[in-house]
Ligand binder design. Structure first.
Ligand SMILES: Cc1ncc(C[n+]2csc(CCOP(=O)(O)OP(=O)(O)O)c2C)c(N)n1
Ligand SMILES: [Mg+2]
Length: 334
């Protein structure tokens, strides 16, 4: 097993970024963190049904990537999709209600954790089959290209997807037809308990993009500014008809693969090194290097986020279950 250590790039001067953008980055990252930790509690105390894959630890990647998009652009989500949905602007209330299987959920309680999303804000409900979202993303990008509407698709996938046939077919056609899509790999080094270096010889997964003559880059995924700048550039190229880019973001999940997984398969030295580079606390510290941003502002924002997560839980718990008569509604196209 090859251990990859977190390598944070040199911090940039933040004065060139709008304060509003920086605060929104932080707000969304804190929202994902607090949301996921709350879901974890609710699940383990037995209040929440179903299964869950939590995304805390990967906030900088999802938020940096989604903020580089326009509202009308679309993302595809993975099985680890709560953070991706929140980052694109799906409401915390409707995701929380979905996790409880309530009628007010973003999929009216029929999808649960594995299918969160809301197409009205450009988040296609998640696809739990590893690698299967990439051809769908390429297909949507093909439709956008034909319509000439300058929208783009951002396809989230994990390191586990790069050995799936579907993923390769999508990469090939997207490169060949210069489709307006960004392939965003959340490389957290593990597919369940399998370390990526035990199943792929390449040091960086982005080497796969070169095989399709696609642009590609590997970046540190725990800094939202780095992710934002890189994805923004990729999005710009895609929107101008210059074709797709693969962006590989190196990150780490703080929890297990799912539910009760304690991640005992992760070497302590690897986990410790990544846990010390917490994207949320790191970004808070980074923001405070900018003279426009004060601890008071960030504390206030954190309190607002906490209140919104509490509100989301209350909303979900007090929402009705779906009516049995609607069981087949919205399942097939009419
Ligand atoms: C085609 C397919 N094979 C197996 C599974 C079971 N499965 C669910 S998540 C997962 C691991 C995916 O790893 P990765 O793509 O790296 O995403 P991560 O869980 O690390 O976010 C597997 C094997 C699946 N959902 N789909
Ligand atoms: Mg993974």
């Amino acid at each position: 097993m090859r251990i990859a250590r977190p390598q944070r790039p040199k911090r940039k001067d933040l004065s060139g970024y709008a304060e509003e953008l920086l605060l929104e980055m932080y707000r969304r990252m804190v929202l994902i963190r607090r949301f996921e930790l709350r879901v974890n509690e609710l699940y383990h105390e037995g209040t929440m049904p179903g299964t869950i894959h939590l995304s805390h630890g990967q906030e900088a990647t999802t938020v940096g990537a989604c903020l580089a998009l326009n509202e009308e652009d679309v993302i595809t989500l993975t099985h680890r999709g709560h953070g991706q949905a929140l980052a694109k602007g799906v409401s915390a209330q409707s995701i929380m209600a979905e996790l409880f299987g309530k009628a007010t959920g973003c999929c009216r309680g029929k999808g649960g954790s594995l299918h969160v999303g809301d197409i009205s804000v450009g988040a296609l409900p998640a696809i739990g089959i590893v690698g299967a979202s990439s051809p769908i993303a390429a297909g949507m990008a093909f439709a956008f290209q034909r319509a000439g509407n300058r929208r783009i698709v951002l396809n989230f996938f994990g390191d586990g997807a790069v050995n799936e046939g579907d993923w390769h077919e999508a990469m090939n056609l997207a490169a060949l037809w210069k489709l307006p899509v960004v392939f965003l790999c959340e490389n957290n080094f593990y597919g369940v308990s399998t370390h990526i270096s035990d199943v792929v010889l390449n040091e960086y997964l982005v080497e796969r993009a070169a095989a399709y003559r696609m642009e590609g880059v590997t970046i540190y995924g725990n800094d939202p500014v780095t992710v934002y700048d890189t994805v923004k550039e990729a999005v710009g190229r895609a929107r101008c008809g210059e074709g797709p880019t693969m962006v590989e973001c190196l990150t780490y999940r703080r929890g297990g693969h799912k539910r009760d997984d304690t991640s005992s398969y992760r070497p302590e030295e690897e986990a410790d090194a990544w846990f010390q580079r917490d994207p949320v606390t790191d970004f808070r510290e980074y923001l405070l290097t900018d003279k426009r941003i004060t601890p008071t502002k960030l504390d206030g924002l954190e309190r607002e986020v906490d209140a919104s997560v509490n509100k989301a839980v209350d909303f979900a718990l007090s929402s009705p279950d779906p009516d049995v008569a609607t069981a087949w509604k919205d399942v097939y196209a009419e």
